[in-house]
Design a protein around this ligand. Sequence first.
Ligand code: 3HC
Length: 301
Amino acid sequence: RRPAGAPDKSLARPVTKVGVVGAGLMAGQLALLFARRLGVPVVMTDLDQERLDRGVGYVHGEVDKLLAKGRVNPDQANRLKRQVTGSLTKDAFADADFVIEAVFERMDVKKQVFAEVEAVVPAEAVLATNTSSLSITEMAADLRHPERVVGFHFFNPVAVLPLLEIIRGERTDDAALATAFATAKQLKKSAVLCKDAPAFVVNRLLTLFMGEVLAAVEEGTEPEVADRAVAPLGLPMSPLMLLQLVGPAVALHVAETLHEAFPDRFGVSPQLRALVESGRTAVYGPDLTIDPEVRALFTGG
Ligand code: 3HC
């Protein structure tokens, strides 16, 4: 059955090569998923050779893990490694028909990336963004072909979580959207169409959960108790575990975007801000209690 709001699939264009902008953790997960599920070449770019090597190295390491688990055979593993390559210049996207960016969450950076990508890709290539919260319409606004931009928002860990939020910008056309849905199907993701509104749908809910757990801690509830209180709701992970998984900087960015858009409904937790300023990324220690220094940040103690 066609997902609600998806255009006719006959409008979808084939994807024969994928470009991934960025070589961070999210980008690496995306590169592997596209290579594995679409079976096409995937080229990653980043600003310097070191980051690029780390990104491609991550993918190759994940392929080795798949091999060790028996999820792929040695031939498939070698093929996957050959499929995912790195290039320092976006010229490598000259024959890519689907490019996804997973760079730093800043509108100006993403606009610049798309302008550079648009200069080299074929006329009909889809430009997708894995942004967590930024406006797709605004990101596309200065392009020659804003109709080819779609939001394609994955959830961590990308290989495991089935959900994909697809976002239609004001000028996204049916062909780009149909290509996005067809690609999602090939990736074996459950795609839902979301309006281009701050943080779309899922991150609004997660931000509320995280913010309210931190508020309860500030009011005096023990951090572990507050964090585990939502367990009966059936979330696979508690809000503060999720905070660690997605990274405090990303969580803060989403919270700030939501606060700016809906100041009456979303605050920015001072503890989240303090955590980001401290540079710490691990909330829980290996013994599954909150790290003592993070506890002090959260409780003001
Ligand atoms: N990266 C890659 N793979 C991972 C992983 C990670 N960080 N963590 C776990 N996995 C894989 C494991 O390798 C395992 O794969 P396998 O079946 O091939 O061996 C599989 O996930 C299951 O792992 P485990 O058996 O170790 O653990 P669990 O059954 O407890 O599942 C979990 C772990 C999948 C992470 C689960 O706890 C979960 O679904 N958590 C919720 C995650 C979530 O809500 N993410 C959304 C975050 S919001 C977001 O990303 C949006 C952004 O914009 C902020």
